[in-house]
Design a protein around this ligand. Structure first.
Ligand code: AKG
Ligand code: FE2
Length: 280
């Protein structure tokens, strides 16, 4: 088994994987990466030579792909989504804490994001560790959360009157009629690591099943501010050649929108997941 060169990215969030080219990964390195991914939730790679073809090949080696219904694909690569902001646009994609596809019954396992065109400064992405955030809650609150399920949706974002449809990125988004809801346990057992992770997020979670919005909001608000603390979060500065691979079951991410007047283009492949089981 190959041992990877892993460096903690911050105290409690993510690892940098050094001395490795994703486009030339050996089978042993792939196995070791699977372990690191399940444990750390977000893997940061620098200085990659990684064409769209390499991106696709790496994703296929990892698992099944899933298509995002709202983003435009890269020309010639229907499985790669463009995460694009043009110079003149003021709204960005993913500009708030969320995890991808939690509104699906079987949410996406992970996302592989590649920097293609970057602003001169800004445009970082923040990440949060939902294992560590859950572990740090009191046993009493952990127990209560483990008995709950939550409703997730994308209607308020991508639906007819959803947030993005009222902004200057509306024209580049499809799928207006393909919105939907899903319910998931509030605390999941991660399918690969076996660890418990908090599975609610500000972008998509509407409330707890059987609770009103008004009842849900204070507890969700508490959890969201609990997660957004320095010991559970980190901020990644993209450079040409940067690739980030995150686990949507154990992390959140948040694309910073602090580069107005400049363009930014990323390529994303989303990997399919499995149904989420409640932690016991
Ligand atoms: O552009 C980014 O940094 C992340 C955007 C996002 O939320 C995503 O690609 O899922
Ligand atoms: Fe996202």
């Amino acid at each position: 088994m190959s041992s990877l060169n892993l460096t903690p990215f911050s105290v409690g969030c993510g690892v940098t994987v050094g001395d490795l080219q994703l486009a030339k990964l050996t089978d042993d390195e792939l196995l070791a990466l699977r372990e690191a991914f399940a444990e750390h939730g977000v893997l940061f790679f620098r200085d990659q030579q990684f064409t769209p073809h390499d991106h696709l090949q790496f994703a296929h080696r990892w698992g099944e792909l899933v298509l995002n219904k709202f983003f435009k694909p890269v020309e010639g690569f229907p499985d790669i989504a463009e995460v694009r902001k043009e110079k003149h646009q003021t709204t960005n994609i993913g500009g708030g804490w969320h995890t991808d596809h939690s509104y699906d019954d079987i949410p996406a396992m992970g996302s592989i994001l590649v920097a293609r065109d970057l602003p001169t400064s800004g445009g970082d992405t923040r990440f949060a560790n939902l294992y560590a955030a859950f572990d740090a809650l009191s046993p009493g609150l952990q127990q209560t959360l483990q008995s709950l399920r939550a409703i997730h949706s994308n209607k308020h974002i991508y639906g007819k009157d959803g947030f993005y449809r009222t902004t200057d990125i509306a024209d580049q988004l499809g799928g207006v009629d393909e919105v939907g809801d899903a319910t998931h346990p509030v605390v999941i057992t991660h399918p690969e690591s076996g660890r418990k992770a908090l599975y609610v997020n500000p972008g998509h979670t509407l409330g707890f099943e059987g609770w009103t919005r008004a009842e849900s909001q204070p507890l969700l608000g508490y959890l969201y501010s609990h997660v957004d603390q320095p010991q559970f979060t980190c901020q990644f500065n993209w450079q040409p050649g940067s690739v980030v691979f995150w686990d949507n079951r154990s992390t959140w991410h948040f694309a910073q929108n602090d580069y107005q007047g400049q363009a930014r283009l990323m390529h994303r492949i989303t990997l399919a997941g499995s149904a989420l089981a409640a932690a016991v």
